[in-house]
Design a binder for this molecule. Structure first.
Ligand SMILES: Nc1nc2c(ncn2[C@@H]2O[C@H](COP(=O)(O)OP(=O)(O)OP(=O)(O)O)[C@@H](O)[C@H]2O)c(=O)[nH]1
Ligand SMILES: [Mg+2]
Length: 227
């Protein structure tokens, strides 16, 4: 048992150091990293395409690393929208880890995006335990998956810096109750900002970008309090 605990601590220490390395590297390049986490199919890729379009329209560059157990489908979908995209195929692993980003850090720096979005593997349990070196944790809840997800997966919603309710265009058809969902969310995270979006209609995408900018500025102030 003692040996197991020792080994677990060593693994976690390594993971923490890896995350610190990623964070430090991106910070020196003024790249804000957003770790995007949610259930499979809740709309991460579609949302990131819409956000990247919005950034491009405002003259800013975006980069995405997308993790999936198998296929490069999501990277192919994002290519027309983003300035730099890479797919990490995890071969069945249910989350991304900071060290998986190491091979791409030089390329990301060269691409000079204002935002690096990391679309984690679709999963509401495992990704939250792994710090990737991100500045912002973005968590999605889609109108088609049920209002109770914050209650069922509290660790994920507790860790969120920003929650996005996606597929609002389907809310009525799915019988989604915003009030019920907010009730569940507020029990696990009383203050996290919430944005309602539809990647199909474009509703809320500008607001999401605004919230990301507020969080980025707050993060920069925390890192350099005097500046
Ligand atoms: N109507 C509607 N459909 C959406 C919206 N966002 C995503 N979808 C659809 O929902 C499905 C899943 O969306 P994805 O963006 O692939 O979801 P994901 O979270 O990236 O999925 P994984 O990468 O498999 O975890 C696709 O068919 C999308 O076209 C939305 O805002 N409205
Ligand atoms: Mg996806």
């Amino acid at each position: 048992m003692t040996e197991f605990v020792g080994l677990e601590r060593k693994i976690l220490d390594h993971a923490r150091q890896d995350a610190m390395f990623v964070r430090g590297t991106l910070e020196t390049r003024s790249v804000i990293m957003v770790n995007v986490m949610s259930a499979p199919g809740s709309g991460k890729t579609e949302l990131l395409g819409a956000v990247a379009d919005c950034l491009r329209a405002e003259g800013e560059r975006s980069a995405v690393v997308v993790g999936d157990c198998a296929t490069e489908y999501d990277a192919q979908r994002l290519l027309p929208h983003c300035d730099w995209v890479r797919q990490v195929v995890t071969d069945g692993v249910c989350h991304l880890e900071a060290r998986m980003l190491f091979p791409y850090l030089d390329e990301i720096a060269e691409a000079a995006p204002s935002y690096l979005f990391v679309e984690n593997v679709g999963n509401m349990v495992c990704p939250v335990d792994f710090d990737l070196g991100e500045d912002i944790r973005l968590v999605l809840l889609s109108t088609t998956e049920g209002e109770d997800k914050p209650a069922k997966y509290p660790a994920l919603f507790y860790a969120a810096d920003l929650v996005v309710m996606t597929k609002m265009d389907l809310a009525d058809a799915a019988g989604f109750s915003f009030t019920t969902a907010m009730g569940h969310l507020r029990k696990v995270n009383a203050s996290v900002p919430v944005v309602l979006t539809s990647a199909r209609t474009g509703v809320g995408i500008g607001q999401l970008l605004k919230e990301l900018r507020v969080l980025s500025a707050r993060r920069a102030d925390a890192m350099h309090p005097s500046g």
